[in-house]
Design a protein around this ligand. Sequence first.
Ligand SMILES: [Zn+2]
Length: 287
Amino acid sequence: MLHGYTPPARFLPYLSWTDIAALPDRENTVIVLPAGATEQHGPHLPCSVDAVIASGVMGHALARLPAEVPAYALPPIVYGKSEEHLHFPGTMTLTGTTLLATVTEIGESVYRSGFRKLLIANGHGGQPQVMEMAARELRLRHGDFVVLPHSVWRMPSGTAAFTSEREKKLAMHAGHGETALMLALAPETVRMERAVAEYPPPFPIASLSADGRPGCAWSTMDFSASGVIGDPTTATPEQGQVILDSLATHWARAIEEVYRLRWVVREAPTWGRGHEQGHVQSSPSRV
Ligand SMILES: [Zn+2]
């Protein structure tokens, strides 16, 4: 069945339309949209990493939620904007405009179904901008729609205890964190004997790269022959379980906080005859 890591009772498409129409508190029910990608992750990891991690972490978070907190996952987006990896086979990319339309149209459908809280949990580092643009667009269309675009990695993960300073600073793709988490979520897909480490060279313009990361647009092939940018070689399943527990616990808490959030819809300021017909109808503020 389709639910993957999500408990079946928390998987929205397993409900009928009449079930959804009868949900008691749809405006505060949290809808979770995991957003992943299908793209190369080096020779040791499958191309599905970002989709597995986004849906896996959020599925484990939903499993930890108290029963009285209403929240459901949508099926994950499994194709993303992965153009920086297109020189490697197995990368199936959408353009940014296609992904933007996809997320926006899913969000419209969530709103049309009567929900007012959408959490986008993004697992791919190449597309947070698209998620943020879709979220802002949905908010501008609907003043009572709370849309939260976040990286699934944004919560405390515990990875710092397992990694070198270099890895903390420069790992960007298929490094320790993703590898350890995949060893916990889908160990049968990981080939540790093929794991290699590669890092980008120091960026030559220090004033444009305070953290040492490349201060320019890049493609993975600029820094890596293997497709890895980081060091996955020391990752273990035990570390992955620690990371998974930490992310899922913190995300469960965040989902509950989103459920309890009460958003106040304010009237748009009126500032002149003829200007009040703009498409921004209202703007919310926190209580
Ligand atoms: Zn990834």
